[in-house]
Design a protein around this ligand. Sequence first.
Ligand SMILES: O=C(O)CCC(=O)C(=O)O
Ligand SMILES: [Fe+2]
Length: 328
Amino acid sequence: MTKLDQSTGAAQGLALELTDDERAALRELAEELVAAPPALLDDLTWVAQARRASCRLPLRLRQTLRAFRDDAGPTGSLILRGLPFGEDDLPDTPTVRESVERATTVPAVVAVLIGLHLGEVIAYRNEKTGALVQNVVPVPGLEGTQSNAGSVPLEFHVENAFHPQRPDYVGLLCLRNDHAKRAGTLVTCIRQALPLLEETDRKVLREPRFITAPPPSFHHGDRTMPHAVLVGSPEDPNICLDLNATTALDDEAREVMARLKQVLTDVSTALVLQSGSMAIIDNRLVLHGRTEFTPRFDGRDRWLHRVYVHLDNRRTRVHRQDARPVLN
Ligand SMILES: O=C(O)CCC(=O)C(=O)O
Ligand SMILES: [Fe+2]
């Protein structure tokens, strides 16, 4: 893994650019899976075939994912570039609410293969109809919403922060960026924010003085009990916070949350994904959001595939019916 060019001055995280040979090998593997019956991303027998195939991803890609799983590094995010598809091969960007991908296309299969090498690809029954691969696209009428169908700036959040079994990783694969090629996924990592917080503030953030509601993408779901924002090792904690859905329960906690928001903003970076790139975000360490952009609804708007990954299937068994990877 190599560090990205840091000419912007901001640490942009870990990155891997596929070589031409690796791209060709990944294309061949993805096409095999596109054709594997029943050619449905959410079918358990198809997922089992994809899981086996994920062991045949190019070696450097497997090594990179394996190292990222051990430690997501100072920024908690990884960018893969040179994935085997181009903007010109794609159909129009969807424009409907709750858009998901059900059929095995090369980009969707690539997202699933990468997710399945990192862990298990999961979804939530009450979000986007439980589909394993979801479309992140601007939707007419939802421009101003704090959701991934919007196009106004999207506040920093841990994905599904309210859920007791939130994803360990979020994968965002870019099929096409916005017309201006400038829309970015914003990321900010608690590892970079922590040194800038006073110990008195850290202590408040370790106490159960916050509650978090489900995001608008969830049709059902309960608010959390009072919870801490920083959890685990005091020197290298996990973070659980959604700036649009987390409420502080008292004045002091509210002030601390405002200071944390400022620090998270100060250390944030924009990952401007272009077609053929994928960001993998460690959802225990990183909050993400999005810059604003102007959709045209002309079939060429920004389009990402999103996948969620869990590291441990057993941990979520109580949330799943039978062996399916869809959580309640
Ligand atoms: O549009 C993006 O870059 C990220 C949107 C988002 O937060 C998500 O899809 O989870
Ligand atoms: Fe998100």
